[in-house]
Design a protein around this ligand. Structure first.
Ligand SMILES: *Cc1c(COP(=O)(O)O)cnc(C)c1O
Length: 369
């Protein structure tokens, strides 16, 4: 039995009748951009996250960038970001003309270390982007307390964390605003690109609706130099269907993660993800660490088991960020993580039997590495 890393076709096939109906409805409506479907999904997603407002946008990168713009962040400003994250978190800051200031993670949790944030704050610092990496919430209570002391905005990058909770509260309502991606492979994924922002701030929500649509509230009347970053009616209709299966999908992810954590415990040289007592992750990824992870990945592939490295190169070591001048060794925790992590298959497409099979293969292979 082979176990693919992810099987989007199987996931979407499980709701194919409802997705078909959504497509037919939008086709027949004759209205394809910013209409009833986007409005309905925004309301459903805001309610799911426990927020007053949700704003559909074109993708997760835009969701982050638009919030930072709406907060007036631009050239000369600094934004604190995790040293250990997907590149989009940094790109959103750069796209505003601001500088991403990396802060190292808590090694066991992979997320930004609140204890290291204050040392990175300068008079130019305007905001902190806290990423809930791999579906595990960042320590938002500590981060919000630091932000309050320094008058900073906090944006959650919740692109991997739809439904995750921190002290019982859902991602999306933990910062001043939150950015989500609905890229097909995310826990809540469209059948194409999509993104969303949640917030309780009515003024911010209104400004974001303006920014996403050329800077206009009334057609051909432009208040600000905006963007074209809209969620399609079609994707919104699909997302409303997929939102109905999110909790069930996350529950399956949790069951698989529990299986892995139970069956892979105590293997020499293999580090499993640690979960803080106040966090309930949604396991976008189940990430293990091993000094010889490339060999582990190859050997698992020989067993027909798909794995991926999230991510092989830390943002500060990407050629794209050579201009910032952070050399090798500048952020050693992130660098070590990027050298050693490996994501095992996880998702609503997988059975618990498949999880057992993956665990058995890992148990057999690791001692031989
Ligand atoms: C996927 C992702 C993004 C970007 O989302 P897109 O929809 O692909 O633009 C941003 N941050 C993180 C942590 C992500 O995983």
């Amino acid at each position: 039995m082979s176990v693919p890393f992810l099987d989007l076709k199987a996931i979407n096939d499980s709701q194919s009748a409802e997705l078909d109906a959504a497509f037919r409805r939008v086709l027949a409506s004759g209205w394809y951009i910013l209409g009833k479907e986007v409005e309905a999904f925004e309301q459903q997603f805001a309610a799911y996250c426990g927020c007053a407002h949700a704003i559909g946008v074109a993708n997760g990168l835009d969701a982050i960038m638009l919030v930072l713009r709406a907060w007036g962040i631009g050239p000369g400003d600094e934004v604190i970001v995790p040293s250990n994250t997907f590149i989009a978190t940094w790109l959103a800051v750069s796209q505003c003309g601001a500088t991403p200031i990396p802060v190292e993670p808590v090694e066991a949790h992979y997320n930004i270390d609140p204890a290291r944030i204050e040392a990175a704050i300068t008079p130019r610092t305007k905001a902190i982007v806290a990423v809930h990496l791999y579906g595990q919430p960042a320590d938002m209570q500590a981060i919000m307390a630091i932000a309050a002391r320094h008058g900073l905005k906090v944006l959650e990058d919740a692109a991997q964390a739809h439904g995750a909770t921190c002290h019982g509260r859902r991602a999306g309502q933990l910062g001043h605003a939150a950015a989500f991606s609905f890229y097909p492979g995310k826990n809540l994924g469209a059948l194409g690109d999509g993104g969303g922002i949640t917030t309780d701030d009515a003024e911010l929500a209104q400004l974001l609706r303006t920014y996403r649509n050329y800077g206009s509230q009334k057609k051909y009347h432009n208040l600000v130099q905006g963007f074209n970053s809209r969620l399609d009616e079609l994707q919104a209709a699909f997302l409303a269907v997929k939102l109905g299966a999110l909790d069930e999908g996350n529950a399956r992810r949790r069951a698989i993660a529990a299986r892995y954590s139970e069956q892979l415990a105590g293997i020499d040289g293999l580090t499993l993800p640690a979960v803080p007592s106040w966090a309930e992750p949604v396991w976008h990824l189940y990430v293990v660490r091993h000094a010889r992870r490339d060999v582990l990945a190859e050997r698992l592939a020989e067993h027909g088991i798909g794995t991926i490295v999230h991510y092989p190169i830390a943002p500060h070591q990407q050629q794209a960020y050579a201009e910032l001048g952070h050399g090798a060794g500048a952020f050693p925790i992130a660098e070590a993580i990027h050298r050693e992590v490996l994501s095992l298959p996880i998702g609503p497409h997988m059975s618990l039997d498949q999880a057992d099979e993956v665990a058995a293969a890992v148990r057999a292979i690791v001692p031989t590495l």
